[in-house]
Structures are given as structure tokens and as C-alpha cells.
Ligand binder design. Structure first.
Ligand SMILES: C[S@@+](CC[C@H](N)C(=O)[O-])C[C@H]1O[C@@H](n2cnc3c(N)ncnc32)[C@H](O)[C@@H]1O
Length: 244
């Protein structure tokens, strides 16, 4: 079996039970990003939509999606069973509307989703675990299962094109983590130890973020239209794209 360190890193009980708390400390923009992504969708709230959450993790994006579009059927895809177990608890009120698939993104065709059957694909903080070839291949599969005019909403971390700008973004990121945790988290006590912790974490999780321009290029290469940036702040962004 192919080693996939990203999935392995998330398939651990001690990692998953702290996951959402860690997200609040390290990526509090998740709330804003998902709010914007959902607000953007031009669907009627009572419409019966078919959606896929790529990298559902603990189910945060899917729960927010259900709150706005309660008649949706969501397929939650993730390689880490331990994350899915938390998502099941979080999405308990929507148990009839959600189906989980444990699957590596690079084998997404194995879920045998019918062509032209999905209204919207969404994903947050998950696709930076793929390299650019894997990501473009995944986009092609997603495009084939989306209905005509269907949407993809992609929220993730990115890197700056320019090294000096990336380093400035990292300084700001670390300052904000230190302000949020105020000495109450031993991983985040000063600039250097925080940076070392984050670098090790990202290496261990096999993070491979692309620049925003590269992400846009990949999604366009896969044949998507109407690619727009809905929101961006330093190292985080959401883009939308449509299957025209
Ligand atoms: C940082 S979490 C994001 C979870 C959630 N979407 C959120 O916004 O909190 C990344 C998720 O992607 C999953 N993942 C990473 N690489 C994967 C791959 N190649 N195939 C399937 N799942 C993968 C991990 O198991 C994890 O649940």
C-alpha cells in the first residue's frame, strides 16, 4: 500500500480529539472562510442538493452547509477513519443526509460517483496534502461528477510566490498565534519555538501548499470556468470555480 503520511498523521486518536481546538488556535479564519463560501452559493435554501465534502475531517464545513441547506445530501470523503468518527458525532442531527466514504483523494474514482450528479463540491484545509499533479487529477474527476453549472468551493492554505513575502506572512501568523494563546499553550511560547513546531507539524503531515496563482492554474487546467477568489488573507484563501 502506498504510504500517505497526511492520512496517517490524522488517523490518530490523540491528534483528532484536539483537532478543532488546534484549528481555533492556528486557523481561526476557518469560520470566516466557510461563512463566505456558503453565502456565495446561489442556491435556494430548501433545494435538495447533492454535495461532496472532500476531506471532511471532523465535519465542520459540512455542519455549516447543512445549517444553510438542510435538504442537502452530502458525501463526506476522508482517508482518516479517526477524523470521520468525530464528524459522525458532530453531524448526528443530519445522519439521514450524510454518507461517509473512507478513501484516499488520489483514488476518488473508487467511490463510483455517477457523472453529472453533484451540485457542489466543497473542501477546506485538505487539498494542500496533495502535490500539484494529484490535485489537477482530482479536479478532473470532480469536474466529471459535477452537474453542468455546478460549483467547486475550495478553501485552503497557500504560500506566497515570493520568499520574503512568505517569511513576512509567517511572522504575522506566529505573532497572531502567540496573541491568541497568551502563554497558555506550551507549543507556542515564543517566535522561534512556535515556528519550529509549525514547520515540524507541516513536514509530518506532508503539507504541500501551492501559491494562489498555481492553484488557479491547476483548476483552470482541469477545465473549470469562472474561477474567482472569494476571499484571501495572507496564507489562506477560498476560490470558487464552475463546471460550465
Ligand atoms: C486539516 S484537515 C481538514 C479537515 C476539515 N475539512 C476542516 O476544515 O477542518 C485535512 C483532512 O484531509 C484528510 N486527508 C489528507 N490527505 C488525504 C488524502 N490523500 N486522502 C484522503 N484524505 C486526506 C485528513 O485525513 C484530514 O481529515
Amino acid at each position: 500500500m502506498k504510504e500517505n503520511r497526511s492520512i496517517d498523521a490524522y488517523n490518530k486518536e490523540n491528534r483528532v480529539y484536539k483537532y478543532d481546538d488546534n484549528m481555533n488556535k492556528m486557523h481561526p479564519n476557518r469560520t470566516k472562510m466557510i461563512e463566505i463560501a456558503i453565502e456565495f452559493l446561489p442556491f435556494n435554501q430548501q433545494q435538495s442538493l447533492n454535495a461532496i465534502d472532500i476531506g471532511i475531517g471532523t465535519g465542520y464545513f459540512s455542519l455549516e452547509f447543512f445549517k444553510k441547506f438542510p435538504q442537502t445530501h452530502i458525501i463526506g470523503v476522508d482517508g482518516a477513519e479517526a477524523m470521520i468518527e468525530i464528524a459522525k458525532l458532530r453531524l448526528d442531527d443530519y445522519v439521514k443526509n450524510i454518507e461517509f466514504k473512507i478513501c484516499d483523494f488520489i483514488n476518488l474514482q473508487e467511490i463510483n460517483q455517477e457523472k453529472d450528479s453533484i451540485d457542489v463540491v466543497f473542501s477546506s484545509y485538505a487539498l494542500h496534502h496533495l502535490n500539484s499533479i494529484e490535485k489537477e487529477n482530482l479536479y478532473k474527476i470532480l469536474k466529471s461528477i459535477l452537474k453542468k453549472n455546478g460549483w467547486i468551493l475550495y478553501a485552503d492554505v497557500i504560500i506566497a510566490d515570493n520568499y520574503e513575502i512568505e517569511e513576512r506572512f509567517q511572522e504575522i501568523r506566529i505573532k497572531n498565534i502567540l496573541e491568541r494563546t497568551r502563554g497558555n499553550d506550551n507549543r507556542f511560547l515564543d517566535d522561534i519555538s512556535t515556528r519550529n513546531y509549525l514547520d515540524d507539524l507541516e513536514k509530518n503531515e506532508n503539507d504541500q501548499p501551492q501559491s494562489l496563482s498555481k492553484d488557479i492554474e491547476l483548476i483552470k487546467n482541469a477545465g473549470f470556468s469562472n474561477v474567482e477568489i472569494l476571499w484571501k488573507e495572507y496564507r489562506e484563501m477560498i476560490i470558487c470555480a464552475q463546471n460550465k
